[in-house]
Ligand binder design. Structure first.
Ligand code: FEO
Ligand code: CA
Ligand code: CA
Ligand code: CA
Length: 673
């Protein structure tokens, strides 16, 4: 930082929390339903009984019951007869290293700055790589991730070679340059480096003879997708008047993907990256901001990193100024923010493929995306949460049925988007956000809201959900679907802004700093309009009990701010935490961590603790469940230029770097056993 104005303005909130933008009048349910003690129907009715039958265990199993027979039958039997959750839980700590249970080893892989091909520029430890270097190197702030076996399009069984595809959520301006940001207006090459630090990496990786993993140098699959890569809009919004820009006068194209947080992957072998806190990258100084900007928090003054000020000026950076500066939309970037807020599909097996923004899935702060169980001849069902305070959980149901042999991205272009209402009695409803639904359109009209077509609804998904009467949730983060039962779990990371009078059964705690995990069953079919839900766990300190269950958190599993969530193929639920810097520094939980739960017994054990000031986020595994990939984001999150709060992973006085961690079991066994 070279001047006080810059230093003041660039006190950037990197916490990933968008400002609250939902001030709609649709009530929280406490206001309209008196009984908060209404009996939950979740596991009492036929659905719960069916699940109990499927998984062969009493749902009311005791949290201290460690009997491995209670788990769903593993797809890959544990090696050496080791039971699932057979490891000893690790304690919390504040060390600047990765800690895993005895019998496991964690190895750093593909940290920020790693050249993606052998001839590419090497990472420079003083932070002096250029913008063009960064375009050929692994990006910053690893997040959602998926391992695609190299034979994904056929048997998908290869556990020794594949494509590791992972997100780069944002950049730390204090760490990406040698001495932080030089000045505002921004130097164009620093902006180029920051834009390239975002996006997605595709890395072709292979297990070596000694059991380690290495990048396949010069593989044609190795690819960087950044905040400037050309992309297409697909689905109902493609060609909308509200996506017309100087770059794309027909409203069909845009450049880049930003703030790629959680992820998903399709049954047809493609990657889905999710645009979360994208609004803050733009600015719009117009006196009257359109609802497509205001409901999402596009600021009036400056973008988060002042990219719009890049000097010398270039169109690719001027687009972050979304003010009406030209004669028409085709002469400026007033609509540029409307081309963000989507789920983006990337085909990692085709390096020349153009990423597709799947607009039918809605526009909001997409955390991640998760598919329901696949059923041949039935519609595809996908879930996605909007991570902001008092925002919503959504479900998309494809119009066309899924058939394994013909499935593809087209299924994500046409369908109905629903938003969730969680009733206090344990029931729930999916509310359609659909131009052809007369009830929805009547509700909108009653609120004085008009939508011209389905594209207009999708561009204003949050507003549509407001008028539909959805339940305002505590920052919905990742979802996970049980591989056998199809039961859906969602993390609700925290919400300290919820007042006592705003609590409801689904968000039962006011001033909630520690979060919880909710789960539901669709009634009868996945595409059903009704579901039954309950709370799987309330996070918090030792002694925190989840009502109506036997679960009380202990030193083995106390946690706060659950975020990443993933079911492995053996039916274990992996939970990753994203506590703030102060919660990690001062709370009883130590550094951010990863735990693993048996969803039936609610036995939960801490499996991994990350280095100082990091977030643990992003998880995938090889098909044999013997190699686990976990991402460590922003170690040293509270660093200043030259003054690092972590030196992970390189040690000494080094600059901290986000990285993937490969976890293996020393006896070659299944992870989690
Ligand atoms: Fe990027 Fe909601 O975490
Ligand atoms: Ca997250
Ligand atoms: Ca988070
Ligand atoms: Ca983070």
């Amino acid at each position: 930082m070279t001047d006080s104005k810059t230093a003041t303005k660039l006190t950037i909130d990197n916490s990933g929390v968008d400002p609250q933008t939902n001030f709609s009048a649709n009530p929280t349910f406490a206001a309209i339903i008196e009984s908060r003690m209404a009996r939950r129907r979740f596991l009492k009715g036929s659905v719960g009984a069916a699940v109990a039958a499927i998984i062969g265990s009493s749902i009311a199993g005791c949290s201290s019951d460690s009997d491995p027979v209670a788990s769903p039958a593993p797809v890959v039997p544990p090696v050496g007869a080791a039971p699932l959750l057979g490891f000893a839980a690790i304690a919390t700590n504040r060390m600047d290293t990765i800690t895993v249970p005895e019998g496991y080893t964690a190895t750093t892989f593909l940290p920020w700055g790693t050249p993606l091909n052998g001839t590419y520029p090497a990472y420079l430890a003083d932070g002096s790589n250029s913008g063009s270097d960064q375009e050929q190197q692994v990006g910053m702030h690893h997040d959602g991730m998926h391992f695609f076996p190299i034979d994904s399009r056929t048997s998908a069984t290869n556990s020794e070679e594949g494509l590791l595809v992972f997100n780069h959520e944002y950049i730390d301006n204090n760490l990406i340059h040698t001495n932080g940001i030089t000045t505002v207006p921004r130097l164009a090459d620093e902006v180029r480096k920051e834009v390239a630090g975002h996006g997605v990496s595709v890395a072709h990786i292979q297990k070596q003879a000694d059991g380690s993993w290495a990048l396949v140098n010069n593989s044609p699959f190795n690819r960087r997708i950044t905040g400037a890569t050309p992309m297409e809009l697909a689905g109902p919004v493609r060609g909308s008047a509200k996506t017309v820009t100087k770059y794309s006068p027909d409203g069909s194209r845009t450049r880049g993907t930003l703030n790629n947080c959680g992820n998903g992957y399709t049954p047809w072998g493609t990657y889905l990256t999710c645009e979360e806190n994208w609004a803050g990258y733009f600015m719009n100084a117009d006196a009257d901001k359109p609802r497509e900007h205001s409901r999402y928090g596009v600021p009036s003054g400056n973008g988060r990193y002042f990219w719009e000020t890049a000097t010398p000026a270039a169109d690719v950076y001027q687009r972050f100024n979304a003010s009406s500066t030209g004669a028409s939309a085709a002469d400026d970037y007033r609509n540029e923010p409307n081309t963000f807020g989507w789920i983006v599909e990337i085909d990692p097996f085709n390096p020349d493929s153009v990423p597709q923004k799947r607009t039918a899935l809605g526009r909001f702060g997409h955390e991640g995306i998760i598919f329901g169980k696949l059923e041949e001849g039935k519609p595809l069902v996908v879930y996605s949460g909007d991570d902001s305070r008092f925002e919503y959980i959504y479900k998309f149901v494809s119009t066309a049925p899924y058939y394994k042999n013909t499935a593809g991205g087209h299924l994500l272009n046409d369908g109905i988007l629903y938003v969730a209402r969680f009733n206090d009695d344990g029931s729930g409803e999916w509310l359609p956000l659909d131009i052809s639904n007369t009830d929805f359109m009547a509700k909108a009209a009653a609120e004085g809201v008009s939508f011209s077509d389905q594209a207009d609804i999708l561009l204003n998904t949050r507003l549509a959900a407001d008028v539909a009467g959805a339940t305002k949730m505590n920052r919905p983060e990742w979802g996970a679907v049980h591989p056998e039962t199809g039961e859906v779990y969602f993390t609700l990371t925290n919400n300290t802004a919820r007042a006592e009078q705003q609590t409801d059964a689904a968000n039962p705690r006011a001033n909630n700093a520690t979060g919880h995990i909710i789960r539901w069953h669709e009634r009868e079919t996945q595409e059903a309009m009704a579901f039954d839900w309950d709370i799987f766990l309330l996070a918090g300190d030792v002694g925190t009990a989840t009502p109506d269950t036997d679960l009380t958190l202990s030193a083995d599993n106390h946690m706060a701010s659950p975020d990443g969530l993933w079911f492995d193929k053996n039916g274990l639920l992996w939970i990753q935490t994203d506590m703030s810097g102060s919660q990690q520094g001062e709370g009883p939980y130590g550094n951010n961590q990863m735990l693993v739960a048996d969803p039936v017994t609610r036995q939960i054990k801490r499996f991994l603790v990350g280095p100082t000031d990091c977030e643990v986020t992003g998880i995938s595994a090889t098909p044999d469940m013997k190699t686990l990939f976990v991402n460590i984001q922003h170690p040293g999150d509270r660093s200043n230029p030259g003054d690092f709060t972590s030196n992970w992973p390189d040690g000494g006085n080094s600059r901290p770097r986000s990285a993937t961690v490969i976890v293996t079991k020393d006896d070659g066994g299944v992870i989690g056993s």
